[in-house]
Design a protein around this ligand. Structure first.
Ligand SMILES: [Zn+2]
Length: 319
């Protein structure tokens, strides 16, 4: 099987190409560290997606903004915070191509990964917060008959996806964060601020349980999980403050949500501002959680919520 889940080894199909990670943009260059690490560990089968055809973006963002970003017309081309270059544009188009290929692979095989950022701060009018184009809303935009639910567990609220959810009747956004970033909940959007230091980890799990109820209420055809690593306790931006183990429990909980119901799931790795190798270890743990759930949970069954708690993670990222 060329791009599927090989049952014997259970490698997750993962989409990546070197264009995702221009060396001169540290925010993106770290994706290469993650891709290499998880491939060396034998956790994934890597596939290079075709970049998205810009025509497929028509109607996603404001037409003038799209034209400016594609052509490099300032000031809007760099409006989101990363200085525009052809390599930044091509990285973005490659990652969005990976979103489309990843969603297709998830629908064929149940699960897939795009080793990319979700770009959840990009709003319909323009890019924002280092996010040029919204790769999460894209998956609802290109398939109006597909109900897409985003489970966004980044440190930062998914304000951009929230704005898109108000416009796209097939997009649902669940965002759990420690830094609000303008994400307040609204039409088809639910926002929860949880800081483990103040509220306890049980509160984080309770909010995930609420997300699970939303899955049952809205019955998405595709789940998109934004597995942010910037909510890790050692991350300089973290207010959520998850330990390595708690982050692994978070991942297990989201993957079980999909697997138990047989809902295809695509995941992206999103933020992470520690040293790149440490972020890569956390990202690898997320892939381990996916594999564990796919190996141990049969669709249509309920799972012991504690199962997997003792599964081996790469604890080197812990403080
Ligand atoms: Zn973030």
């Amino acid at each position: 099987m060329s791009d599927g889940l090989r049952q014997g080894t259970l490698r997750i199909p993962a989409f990546y190409r070197p264009e995702y990670a221009p060396a001169e943009v540290p925010l993106l260059a770290r994706l290469d560290t993650t891709a290499r690490r998880i491939e060396q560990l034998g956790l994934v089968d890597l596939h290079a997606p075709a970049p998205i055809d810009p025509e497929r973006l028509a109607g996603l963002h404001d037409e003038t903004y799209l034209r400016d970003f594609i052509s490099g017309r300032e000031p809007m081309a760099s409006r989101q915070g990363i200085a525009w270059s052809t390599r930044v544009r091509d990285a973005t188009l490659a990652m969005l191509g990976g979103q489309l290929a990843g969603a297709e692979a998830a629908q064929r095989h149940g699960i897939a990964m795009n080793i990319a950022r979700g770009f959840h701060h990009a709003v319909p009018a323009c890019g924002s917060g280092y996010c040029p184009l919204n790769g999460l809303a894209l998956l609802a935009h290109v398939a109006p008959d597909r109900r897409v639910m985003v489970i966004d567990c980044d440190e930062h609220g998914g304000n951009g996806t929230e704005e898109f959810a108000a416009r796209l009747p097939n997009l649902f956004n669940v965002s759990i964060f420690g830094t609000r970033f303008g994400c307040r909940g609204g039409t088809r959007s639910w926002a929860s601020l949880v800081r483990v230091r103040d509220h306890g980890f049980q509160r984080y799990l309770d909010v995930l349980q609420e997300a699970e109820t939303l899955v049952d209420t809205h019955r998405p055809d595709l789940l998109v999980y934004q597995a942010g690593a910037d909510c890790h306790v050692d991350d300089p931006k973290s207010q959520v403050g998850l330990t390595t183990h708690q982050m692994f429990m978070r991942d297990l909980t989201v993957f079980r949500m999909a697997r138990m119901r047989g809902i295809p799931l695509l995941f992206v790795v999103a933020g992470g501002y520690q040293q790149a190798q440490r972020v890569a270890r956390l990202n690898a743990n997320t892939v381990r959680a996916a594999r564990h759930v796919w190996l141990t949970v049969t669709p249509g069954t309920s799972a012991d919520p504690k199962a997997g708690a003792g599964t081996s993670t790469d604890g080197n990222a812990a403080s």
